[in-house]
Design a protein. Sequence first.
Length: 260
Amino acid sequence: MKTVWGQQRLGDAARRSAVARAFTLIDVLVSIAVIGVLIAILLPSISRVRESAQRVVCGSNLRQIGLAVHMYAESSHDFLPDSVFLDDRFGRGDGEGSSASMDIVRTQADPSAGRVTGDWDGLGLLFKYDYLAASKVFYCPSHKGNHGFERYEESWTEREGEIVANYQFRGTGPDGRRRLMRIQSSAAIVSDMLRSFEDLNHDRGFNVLQAGLSVAWVEDTGDEISSILQRQSGDTGVDQNGIVRDLWVRLDRPDDQPKD
């Protein structure tokens, strides 16, 4: 009898101990709330770290493009890659070139409009002539707009159709010179995309390739550039080419002078 009674007492104690150790609904809800707060605190930091890493990759892309531009110039009497958009040969500009279209690396053939046959253009010539073999170098990992690599991957492989990259090519120096050694070393010649506000690669700034081969991060102080692009977004009457030409001036170093 004593043994049975003792076993019962031990069983009751074990049950009370198990109940004491069990989580209540309030404990679970509090734990979920704490985890939610921690996630909310950590997410912005994780996003900033990811964006910083992607910005570094973007800068590396521009350095590779810069090396390819210099090799192209060495083989082309010091001239930058040519583009049908520089002097309005493709019929998209206002007589002063189509600056807003200089992120196109392969043109789309349109015989009905009297346009040139689709071919590699601008920075796309670096790919055509094997100065840059990796097509993904032309795309920023931070890009969230309408022109990501996945959209054009097949076109790169098939080598046909219009292809838009994530980098804007200037094609000249600030004064219109096209010979690389005649352009001041800190002038911007390639930049993160300037097509539209929706297609900006980064927040608060731009990676810029300078004529001297350096890649600089240019802060968008006061969100001036992004605000300009946001205001013109969806406005069909705006001079988009003129806006892009103005943005290039903002990305230049104004204290430098052209070489003689």
